[in-house]
Design a protein around this ligand. Sequence first.
Ligand code: BTN
Length: 325
Amino acid sequence: MSTSVKKQLIAALFEANNEFLSGQALAEMIGCSRTAIWKQIEELRKSGFEIEAIRKKGYRIIHKPDQLSENEILMGLETSVLGRNILYFDTIDSTQNKANEVARMDAPEGTIVIAEEQTSGRGRMAREWHSSKHKGIWMSLILRPQLPPEKAPQFTLITAIAIARAIEEVTGKEPEIKWPNDILFHGKKMTGILTELHSEADKINFIIIGIGLNVNQEMPDFPEEVREIATSLAIENGKKVSRVILLQHILKNFEKYYQLYLEKGFGTLKVIWESYVTSIGKSIIARTISGEIVGKALGITEEGVLKIQDAEGQIHYVYSADIEI
Ligand code: BTN
């Protein structure tokens, strides 16, 4: 009951667009008592909302906290599927673990698991992913495309494009994409993507796309060992960024590109991806689990696999690696 009163109260106060709404009017709109309204106003204040209250006029929101809660995300979200089912946690070990768990229990396509903080965030190659509280977007998205498993690497690239576009829309700054899964500014990593696939021999059951996006960290917020190689959007942008707005843009772009991909295939997206990418045409070192490949990055295949030509002219197809440019 009170969660739903709270949701409706936030929606009503936002829709009032800075106008005051009286306790009585709110109670009638929501269908509860004035005492219930007053209690929820107090709850909202405790969770960081600044709400002005004036006798005979009522209430209005002055400031809402930059929280990634379900209400905040849903308000103003322009998608039909992605992000419509939200599992929000203040603290969690890893959103990726939770998403795996709920995907096995039939969580619908587009479900997102999101947390203010992760205590055991996971990166690629079993690395730790530092996920400090309220500073970033730590999220896992569940998709259920009816496709063969070999298409899975393309999802990392679709994710990267959706994030890059969202960053441009929100900040006006253009990031670089480093194959397969990093988003950088001036050579420093701002976002990592961890795509995990659950499939049968010929079809995908579900894909979990983990996104770790450094949004509002200042340099001291990063552990010392990554300060040389990591950055945040706030550092690059010179000011803080609303995580909610950024997330809404990511989901909107993701849904658009995902639909385009399902309808038309990877071709159009490959062109967009290449417009952001920094490593193509350059000499690179690809560190894979089976060893290093040194050569020139030629581009990606239609499946999203990296093509490298070594000094002997031999072409290598790389599915997963750390790239050094
Ligand atoms: C990388 O190594 O670049 C990928 C990092 C992915 C981190 C994200 S944060 C949300 C999700 N939960 C995790 O534990 N990992 C991913």
